[in-house]
Design a binder for this molecule. Sequence first.
Ligand code: ADP
Ligand code: ASP
Ligand code: MG
Length: 401
Amino acid sequence: MLIVQKYGGTSVGGLDRIENVANRVAKTKFKGNDVVVVVSAMSGETNKLIGYAEHFSKDPSKREMDILLSSGERVTASLLAIALQEMGVGAIAMTGRQAGIQTDSKHTYARIESINTDAMRTELNKGNIIIIAGFQGINKEGSVTTLGRGGSDLSAVAIAGALDADVCEIYSDVDGVYTTDPRIEPRAKKLDFISYEEMLELSSLGAKVLQNRSVELAKKMAVKIIAKSSFNENEGTTISEEHEEMEEVLVSGIAMDKNQARVSLREVSDRPGVAAEIFTKLADAQVNVDMIIQNASTDGTTNLGFTVPQSELGSAKGVIKAFDHDIGSVDFDENICKVSVVGVGMKSHSGVASAAFTALAKASINIEMISTSEIKVSMVVDEKFGELAVRVLHEAYQLDE
Ligand code: ADP
Ligand code: ASP
Ligand code: MG
């Protein structure tokens, strides 16, 4: 088999842990597999590097940030290769460029455009284990790019897809995908399987066990992912195409996202085209608007509320300022939290949303905004009730049973 294994920051968070990974990788190789490994930087390292840059500038150049940030993954990739070589196992470390990962030029959030697998194939044919620095590639001009936070997951899936690997194993400090973050609800249960569709919703809605773009790509390229722990031998969670058994499950998980902010616009002129203008300008400024609510208008004005990622709130404020003449007053709130219930079974069952509202009401948690899709219900609540809301919903759908 050809196996791609990705080890996250905690798994390579120290020299002893890199040694542990080296043993696991070697074992996989000795079983007769071809192995390609993708590593993250040691946990905390990327944040530390960002902190260094912010010491000098509030808005450091993104091109230089990419050179800086890509270094964290190079440290762990080279150390892992050295550790394996010392064990007498053939291994070679590669940067994103050496592995043939070509991206666009959107520094710090680049998209993978193509992967030239020649160099990787050559090394595999020699019997070597390849250790690739995750989270990075190179653009057409030859500059290093990075793929956005959590991007080593994306590197691993893209490489597995390009090499047509049998499986992409993603190792972290949890032994799979749980019904909710086990750090918030210790009674959360590990799932044996989850569909790409549900996993994509969960990760987009805050479950960081897998980066959302990596799940999107896995679905597109039909890469089978298994989420596992690097600290034990437990069976993990398989993320693959939906199958019959899954449809019986009404709700598969609860996710929480605290990195959201709400923008409330009051007394907005109620004329055709206002919403179009505001949201077009927000899109132009690369602000990702999520939930939107507009009230019925009174006296020729209306109220409009929406959520944006906290990191994009600054840009949103800039855009809204230009609409002074059309808006009575504006209010920004970062102390909100989005809690979501996800499950493919919702497609064919009713009452899932009302059960969520009832459960939160019983716990006296006020719901400030709601949005739904075919397989999810999202609710905005006060940030201080986020964890409680997760536990209440987890219990309401009996996910601990
Ligand atoms: P890595 O650094 O290895 O990429 P992450 O920290 O990104 O690992 O992801 C693992 C973490 O994801 C876990 O420690 C856990 O707290 C969190 N998590 C959030 N939601 C879930 C979930 N539904 N199932 C499992 N883990 C989850
Ligand atoms: N080191 C990068 C980050 O912290 C990428 C990753 O770990 O996947 O975001
Ligand atoms: Mg991660």
